[in-house]
Design a protein around this ligand. Structure first.
Ligand code: FEO
Length: 396
């Protein structure tokens, strides 16, 4: 298999996963890549590896450039197995290679692979001379594991960013301008929402640490390499890591006999009449990882469930579990749903929003059995009033 030359002496040698559709709960409809990079200098350096079963692909691409046994260093920017899984196999073919990793990375690699590797831990700010080039290591803890770091190669202005700025997409192209902004923006937003969102503060710190670099290329560990759209993707990361939302609404719900859906539609109607853009997602038809792409930039989140067996529908429960894990902040929330008796679900939904310290523009909405015409008008009118307030805030 072939490699792709990024700059003279710098090659992409990773693996393309055309088949993966679920990355521990994250739906990857477009597949993904596990990117690894080979730097040839007086010392030869491999940046990261791949998932174990992509090792043959990695080895084949490295071999298309040079003899793998001549690799002097392997930089392990991140312990997670999609980047370190092939490390033991790689070391069998590069027996003289020393593994460079962060302080937390050293601990993590030992827990994954034992004590047999020749590890050299680096602190944030440490450098490694490899000939005419120098590599700089910057720790980016909790972006998104404690061990994460990035590697900066100032000679070629390449930032090997590992998971940061990634997108889950398998393509024969390696560069952003060969794929296009719309698809990459969608995948980068989904990636941020599902992976980076709980750690926005750490993301902010990492961005600040990288702010002074004159970056010409961001070589990520997933998806394509950014070379033409760096200002756009950095601006998006800046927005997302500041938790900046747009004045738009997201309605997420499931329904048993259609009553909760009727409330959802009335809410949508009122908000739209007030001029608020609304995205409506039925949990039966849209995967939670896709809903988080919508949630990333939505200010007003409305979540609905009927009551089943004294609780919410399991689909709504799964969504709320995921929501608590990703813990988006500074949102407005509204819980709604129909019920026959008991009617506990709506309160349980609202409790999760309270845990997240969201604001509530009005009381939760609970309607017995089937909402009648008057009740739907009331719901629509309430949503219209909330919508006017939201739009008013936009225009202030
Ligand atoms: Fe792509 Fe956190 O591994």
């Amino acid at each position: 298999m072939n490699s792709t030359e990024l700059k003279p002496g710098v090659h992409w040698v990773g693996g393309i996963d055309w088949d993966i559709r679920n990355f521990h709960g994250y739906l990857t409809q477009r597949g993904t890549t596990y990117n690894a990079y080979l730097i040839q200098d007086e010392k030869n350096v491999l940046i990261d590896t791949v998932k174990p079963h992509f090792f043959d692909e990695l080895l084949s691409r490295i071999s298309s450039v040079m003899d793998p046994s001549k690799i002097d260093y392997i930089v392990s920017n991140h312990v997670e197995m999609d980047h370190s899984g092939a490390l033991p196999l790689m070391l069998e073919h590069a027996p003289n290679a020393k593994v460079i990793t962060s302080v937390q990375g050293e601990k993590g690699l030992k827990r994954h692979f034992g004590d047999g590797m020749d590890l050299q831990k680096v602190n944030s700010g440490d450098t490694l001379e490899i000939g005419k080039n120098t590599l700089h290591f910057v720790h980016t803890p909790m972006l998104h594991w404690p061990d994460n770091m990035v590697t900066w190669m100032p000679g070629e202005k390449i930032l090997f960013s590992n998971d940061a700025f990634g997108q889950h997409i398998a393509t024969p192209q390696r560069f952003d301008d060969e794929v296009g902004w719309d698809i990459l923006h969608e995948e980068a937003a989904k990636y941020f929402a599902n992976i980076v969102l709980p750690y926005v503060d750490q993301g902010r710190k990492a961005l600040d640490a990288l702010a002074d670099l004159d970056i010409g290329m961001i070589a990520t560990s997933h998806g394509v390499i950014w070379r033409s759209m760096i200002p756009q993707i950095v601006a998006k990361y800046d927005k997302w890591s500041r938790n900046e939302t747009d004045q738009k609404a997201l309605i997420v719900y499931d329904t048993m006999w259609g009553s909760t859906e009727k409330i959802a539609l009335a809410l949508q109607d009122g908000l739209e009449k007030a001029g608020v853009p609304v995205t409506r997602r039925n949990l039966k038809t849209t995967h939670i990882s896709d809903i988080f792409t919508d949630l990333l930039t939505s200010k007003f989140i409305l979540i609905g469930s009927p009551t089943l067996n004294n609780g919410m529908l399991p689909t709504v429960g799964a969504f709320l579990t995921y929501l608590k894990g990703l813990r988006p902040r500074d949102r407005m929330g509204l819980a709604f749903g129909s019920f026959g008796w008991g009617g506990q679900a709506v309160g349980q939904v609202e409790d999760v929003m309270k845990e997240l310290k969201w604001e509530f523009p009005q009381e939760k909405i609970r309607i017995n059995y089937i909402p009648d015409a008057d009740e739907l008008v009331s719901v629509r009118d309430a949503a219209f009033e909330i919508g006017k307030k939201i739009i008013g805030e936009t225009q202030k």
